[in-house]
Design a protein around this ligand. Structure first.
Ligand code: G6P
Length: 365
């Protein structure tokens, strides 16, 4: 099949725009409108005492978000590993552990090698992939396709949100299997998740205000992304996207860790992008943000309208997102992270779909 840009300037722009549709598809394949899960038989967390999530690049940040979900929603211990580290650190595997390998392509050499290392040593080897015929899918005990459709842009976008959608449902299944989630609570979570794809359209409308900021961001030498809780991996992903395609040095940090190092970088030239949905940690994030502003940092605040109203005095710019249950906010905030990277790269004139030195699928170790 020939994949076209469908009127978009880049594949990446097309793939960002497709997210409401593909995420809705991914979620509806694994759940019902009546509020029940519909995951493959065999995905059973009974008797599992630990999940180990392993991946590379953007997929590893999806795992990092999922760690928070498995712990918070299911009370299940979760570890994350970068695939190239996993099998070299003598990980302690057990018959009660489930390993989950996440990969868009399903061909990443490090992830495949990690999977082969775990096979037979844990209760079950599960994969979450976009290409159902891939090596990683074929070699796992159980594979869940994310149904994002072909992704062409080297920087992963729609695969990331679909990975998050599928991992969210898996965490809910773990919660149900472990007796942590009653039917009513599960149905409420599913209703929230099924509403998310529609809200991504609101996130996509930020494309215009982000374009207006892009020229200024494109002039920055360093950009820092901050987040707390499950928004911390989103800060890492925002920074990765930006450096991949705009070649601007960017770092993602846990907001509370800022004072232990990166605050030394802050001056009036450094944009600091703060991802702060109004969750239990909002006040703390805001106080970290104020530490940045006290050192003349240029803060770009991402929150919902009320969060912006409460916290925006003194910020450089803000972008308002819809209000969502905080647990699923990372899915929504993925979109502005992608838009910031995309429009900054366009403003710099880089090759957005084929950034230098990078490959879509890395099949060497
Ligand atoms: C490459 C791509 C990234 C991707 C990573 C993992 O580095 O440029 O966008 O996140 O590989 O790829 P996978 O196919 O395993 O998700």
């Amino acid at each position: 099949v020939r994949i076209e840009k469908a009127g978009h300037r880049h594949f990446m722009a097309k793939e960002i725009a497709e997210q409401p549709v593909v995420l809705a598809d991914a979620i509806s394949r694994y759940s019902t409108a009546e509020g029940a899960l519909n995951l493959p038989e065999g995905l059973d967390f009974t008797g599992i005492d630990r999940v180990m999530l392993v991946a590379c690049g953007t997929a590893s940040y999806a795992c990092h978000v999922a760690k928070y979900w498995f712990e918070q929603v299911a009370g299940l211990a979760a570890e994350i590993d970068i695939a190239s580290e996993f099998r070299y650190r003598d990980p302690v595997l057990s018959e009660r552990a489930m390993t989950i390998f996440v990969s868009q392509s399903g061909e990443t050499a490090d992830t495949l090698a990690a999977l082969r290392y775990a096979k037979g040593k844990v209760a079950k080897v599960v994969s979450v992939v976009n290409v159902p015929t891939s090596s990683i899918a074929r070699e796992s005990d159980l594979s869940l396709p994310i149904h994002a459709g072909v992704e062409v842009g080297v920087a992963s976008t729609k695969a990331f949100t679909c990975q998050l959608g599928v991992l969210a449902l898996m965490a809910l299944k773990a919660g149900a299997d472990r007796g942590r989630l009653e039917a009513a609570a599960l149905a409420a979570h599913l209703e929230d998740l099924r509403r998310l794809p529609g809200l991504l359209n609101v996130s996509l409308a930020l494309s215009e205000p982000v374009t207006a900021l892009a020229d200024e961001l494109a002039r920055a030498r360093d950009i820092i992304f901050l987040g707390r809780g499950a928004m911390y991996p989103l800060a890492l992903e925002g920074a990765l996207k930006l450096k991949e395609i705009s070649y601007i040095h960017a770092e993602g940090y846990a907001s509370g860790e800022l004072k232990h190092g990166p605050i030394a970088l802050i001056d009036d030239q450094v944009p600091v992008i703060v991802m702060a949905p109004r969750d239990a940690l909002f006040e703390k994030t805001v106080s970290n943000m104020q530490e940045v502003m006290a050192r003349s940092g240029k803060v770009l605040l991402l929150s919902d309208a009320q969060g912006i109203e409460e916290a925006s005095p003194g910020v450089w710019q803000s972008l308002a997102l819809p209000e969502v249950p905080p647990v699923w906010a990372p899915i929504l905030y993925a979109v502005p992270a992608q838009l910031l990277a995309y429009h900054t790269a366009v403003a710099k004139g880089t090759d957005v779909d084929q950034p230098r030195n990078l490959a879509k699928s890395v099949t060497v170790e």
